[in-house]
Design a protein around this ligand. Sequence first.
Ligand SMILES: NC(=O)c1ccc[n+]([C@@H]2O[C@H](COP(=O)([O-])OP(=O)(O)OC[C@H]3O[C@@H](n4cnc5c(N)ncnc54)[C@H](OP(=O)(O)O)[C@@H]3O)[C@@H](O)[C@H]2O)c1
Length: 235
Amino acid sequence: MTPSPRCEPTRSRTGEPVRHLRRSANSASVRARERSEHLRTAERFARRSRRAARPAAGGPVSFDVVVAADLDWGIGKDQSLPWPKLRGDLRHFKRITSTTETKGRRNAIVMGRKTWQSKEVGECPLPDRLNVVVSRSALAVPAGVVLAHSIDEALAAAAAHDVESIFIVGGAGLLVDALEHPELRYVYLTRIDGHYDCEIKMPDLDARGFVRVAWEGEQSGEEHGVRYRIERLRR
Ligand SMILES: NC(=O)c1ccc[n+]([C@@H]2O[C@H](COP(=O)([O-])OP(=O)(O)OC[C@H]3O[C@@H](n4cnc5c(N)ncnc54)[C@H](OP(=O)(O)O)[C@@H]3O)[C@@H](O)[C@H]2O)c1
């Protein structure tokens, strides 16, 4: 495992992968305001949502999926996201994957090799979470990042690191298997209200019997003329 020269501190501090990564130049003041408006409530939602997700020692390891998809279940294009940056969704992603109930613990995010290499992630681990990359090959990853060769190996590796919760964050290659997995708990879905020119599509959750379940963290937003809704689903 070798440190990636692309993950120098300047970049990794601002680097928040996939739909979580990018921030504007005046982000400091905007972030401060957002924190005062949203943070306490939303973190409470995130903690509550997750109480049952802790890996049981030696037992099956449950996980959640976090993903954003358009109305045709499109999720990616050109190794990136097909829609403009949606700050509300980026906040949601960061919050749900980072918040822990116990101080000093952290969560794990599990991603496919192409998502790891996508423009947003750029092979730089997301801060404050254990990053697990899934590939069938012997991929070189930076120190601190875990390479796994299957979803089950990724779940076991995350549990061995004593994480509090595990989130599979895409892309579609990984989701195909994750959505069939018996230990899948919830899908946190950001539904983008539009049709985008996507190369990568995830499985149709309606056709697979997933339904929306009550969740205090549900929210809607509109940015750059793009409307979206963040929901929690279960099969
Ligand atoms: N909208 C969103 O929420 C979201 C989230 C994440 C990503 N994305 C977008 O989605 C695109 C990338 O997704 P993708 O579907 O092309 O690729 P991906 O799922 O990120 O990666 C696919 C690769 O992961 C490995 N892999 C997948 N399933 C595996 C399994 N069960 N066991 C072992 N290895 C497995 C394989 O790597 P090897 O080929 O190395 O064996 C496979 O080629 C990008 O455009 C990205 O921006 C969007």
